[in-house]
Design a protein around this ligand. Structure first.
Ligand SMILES: [Ca+2]
Length: 297
């Protein structure tokens, strides 16, 4: 069995966690939840056993996929993607248009998974960071190449909760238990001041924080502030799952646009409905999708 490293290119079942499935309470009635987005009310949902990737899909893994297939992402085809303005050099920040309702996102020509902050940037030192600027379709293509599929929304939330019932975060109800940061999100006054108290202003390595109760790393957000790429401030990790029997239609939280926010995806699935998380991942962030791979025998 090849070594399972966060930054590695292992994409098979070796890197997956076998989850037992069962009934769980999905969604939230928390005041920070958005019932209009399907986050509430809380309902009991049952999922079948499945496998899911232990880590979010890394740049190194996505690069292996592209090298093997020649795949061109939607952001590359469209020629642009959204980047958090705080990551842009002055000139790009000045010339890139921003939506009125989310002015912290700039539409940057030439931003894509290889160049998370647009022309001049690269992922050279970020092979073990989650891939960003990846649309739902891109993530589905990756998953298919790896012999997997994207998880359904229910599977995603079940996996992300890590076996806990109706807790605010994958580790409990306290954001920083014992003063310890458990995920890469935004600290400071969004979107103007990122104090990076958790150690990361932008994305973080996929194994930077402890796993949840299921052994899954960084389910909530990995891109956090940064490079909007498929995960937006948070990248929804690409994970694969194996399911004996029928294959449910995967949740499509991001409609193919290179700008689906990972955060948005995470929120939609009932992820950490914390204010901090919301700030960290404004809607409209490019997403790094976490594909779940269905494994049908
Ligand atoms: Ca951070």
């Amino acid at each position: 069995m090849p070594p399972v490293t966060a930054a590695g290119t292992v994409v098979g079942r070796e890197s997956m966690v076998d989850l037992p499935g069962g009934a769980f309470r999905m969604g939230t009635d928390d005041r920070y939840g958005f019932p209009s987005d399907g986050e509430g009310p809380v309902r009991t949902v049952e999922v079948s056993p499945f496998l899911v990737d232990r880590y979010a899909v890394s740049n190194a893994q996505f690069a292996a996929f592209v090298a093997a297939t020649g795949y061109v992402t939607e952001a590359e085809r469209f020629g642009w993607s959204y980047v958090f303005v705080g990551f842009l050099p002055g000139e790009l920040r000045r010339i890139s248009p921003r939506p009125d309702i989310t002015p912290w996102w700039a539409a940057v020509t030439g931003a894509d998974w290889r160049r998370p902050e647009g022309p001049g940037s690269s992922t050279d030192e970020r092979g073990d960071h989650p891939v960003v600027h990846v649309s739902w379709d891109d993530a589905a293509a990756y998953a298919g190449w790896a012999g997997k599929r994207l998880p359904t929304e229910a599977e995603w939330e079940y996996a992300a909760r890590g076996g806990l019932d109706q807790r605010r975060y994958p580790w409990g109800d306290e954001l920083t238990p014992g003063g310890e940061h458990r995920a890469n999100i935004w600290q400071g006054r969004f979107p103007v001041k990122n104090t990076r108290e958790d150690g990361f202003a932008g994305t973080a390595p996929v194994d930077a924080f402890p796993p949840n109760g299921f052994g899954l790393f960084t389910p909530p957000a990995t891109c956090g502030s940064g490079a909007p790429t498929g995960g937006g401030p948070t990248t929804r990790p690409a994970r694969s799952a194996t399911r004996p029997g029928r294959r449910p239609a995967p949740a499509r939280s991001c409609a193919g646009a290179p700008t689906c926010a990972t955060t948005a995806t995470a929120t939609a699935t009932g992820w950490p409905p914390a204010p901090a998380t919301r700030s960290a991942a404004p809607a409209g962030t490019p997403v790094s999708a976490a594909p779940a791979t269905p494994t049908d025998p």
